[in-house]
Design a protein around this ligand. Structure first.
Ligand code: FES
Length: 158
């Protein structure tokens, strides 16, 4: 899992509810900004709404408007400007029951798709559990995870 220090925002002045123009990057892999462009989200994905950037450059997902996250197995996706996608998954009940993943396959970077509560890579068939754990390759590792902290009203990623 990445550390919070791996996340940096390129525009610290952005604190509004709008995501467009705000940036969310990490040194390890992502260098882009969060974009309010949902056009490339896979067909069966639910695009997160109520996404904003905190003053300390993290992503805040409002749970009141993302009701799908109230149930275990619920997923919302947040596209990043570098072309990758972040998925927030409800993996268990309670404040610790959230996992944030980057949906770039760890084999060769193709975006995995949700299929029957698993993530499947359309390129070479790697399969991952909804929490990102590797089920079968050719990928050798699970999906990359982001740090998550949750309250009753929001999940903070980063
Ligand atoms: S890129 Fe996903 S299995 Fe090869």
């Amino acid at each position: 899992m990445l550390n919070a220090s791996d996340f940096t925002l390129e525009n610290p002045a952005v604190t509004s509810e709008k995501v467009a123009g705000a940036s969310f990057s990490r040194r390890a892999m992502l260098c882009g900004a969060v974009a309010a462009i949902f056009g490339f989200i896979p067909e069966n994905a639910i695009a997160a709404t109520g996404v904003s950037q905190t003053k300390d450059r993290k992503i805040r997902v409002d749970l009141k408007v993302n009701k799908v996250l109230a149930k275990v197995g619920g997923v919302v996706q947040i596209p990043l400007s570098d072309g990758s996608t972040l998925a927030l998954v409800r993996t268990a009940l309670g404040a610790k029951g959230f996992t944030a993943l980057n949906l770039s396959c760890t084999h060769n970077g193709v975006t995995v798709m949700e299929q029957n509560q698993t993530w499947t890579c359309p390129a070479h068939g790697s399969k991952f559990a909804l929490n990102g754990k590797l089920i079968n390759g050719p990928a050798q590792t699970g999906l990359m995870k982001y740090p998550v902290a949750a309250t009753s009203s929001a999940v903070i990623i980063g």
